[in-house]
Ligand binder design. Structure first.
Ligand code: DX5
Ligand code: ZN
Length: 219
């Protein structure tokens, strides 16, 4: 099943509740929430009070992407704020296996994120433990960047790795996904699609409709 996860980083923060209702109504299955700490990535975005406030506007899956150093410090708060999936960067964790267990102990789905330059080998001994792998298709920190072409092979190779092990791990892609490269990442093996600037841009509902039209061809 291919799911769409609009990244609210590109939404109008003054009207977040309404923005979330809009994507929910238009049929996006996930809400992708980018938390940045100004340390792991240069920018700051939003934190737990915001996640808590928007939780009441949608029952969709809250997919929280933690771009923070040592995310162990925030797993419980992220869970309590209303996350359904918590994803952490392998580059930001000293003990990634332990962090994954911590997410599961909090009763949430666990995801790990790999920056573009981080090899798939880092997943070797943790792939069995996660629900989702998020492959960054841009360097994290900002919306509106260009898709890094070499990431297509990385998606293909990860899908192969998952199939060889007969696992059901989801592959999420994040960064620079637009209507014109959507088919490419799906064909490579991605099944959760994050998109920020290409969704929250002029007519959000229409953008979601267009994305879903492409996705439908693969369902
Ligand atoms: C980038 C974030 C993304 C971002 C994607 O660090 O993780 O989720 O919002 O934005 P677009 O789709 O505009 O590249
Ligand atoms: Zn993200």
């Amino acid at each position: 099943m291919i799911k769409l996860a609009p990244s609210i980083l590109a939404a109008d923060f003054a009207n977040l509740g309404a923005e979330i209702e809009k994507i929910d109504k238009a049929g996006a299955e996930y809400v992708h929430i980018d938390v940045m700490d100004g340390l792991f990535v240069p920018s700051l975005s939003l934190g737990f009070p915001v996640i808590k406030s928007i939780r009441k506007y949608s029952n969709r899956v809250f997919d929280v992407h933690l771009m923070v150093e040592n995310p162990d410090r925030y797993i419980d708060e992220t869970a309590q704020a209303g996350a359904d999936i918590i994803t952490v960067h392998v580059e930001a964790c000293k003990h990634i296996h332990r962090t994954i267990q911590k997410i599961k102990e909090a009763g949430k789905k666990a995801g790990v994120v790999l920056n573009p330059g981080t090899p798939l080998e880092t997943l070797e001994y943790i792939l069995e433990d996660v629900d989702m792998v998020l492959l960054m298709t841009v360097n994290p920190g900002f919306g509106g960047q260009k898709y890094i072409e070499t990431m297509t092979t990385k998606i293909t190779n990860l899908r192969k790795m998952i199939e060889e092990r007969k696992l059901t791990v989801n592959i999420e892609v994040d960064g620079g996904i637009k209507l014109d490269n959507l088919s490419k990442v799906i064909e490579a093996g991605a099944n959760i699609i994050v998109a920020g600037s290409s969704i929250f841009n002029e007519d959000t509902a229409k953008n979601i409709h267009n994305f879903k039209e492409v996705i439908k061809r693969y369902s």
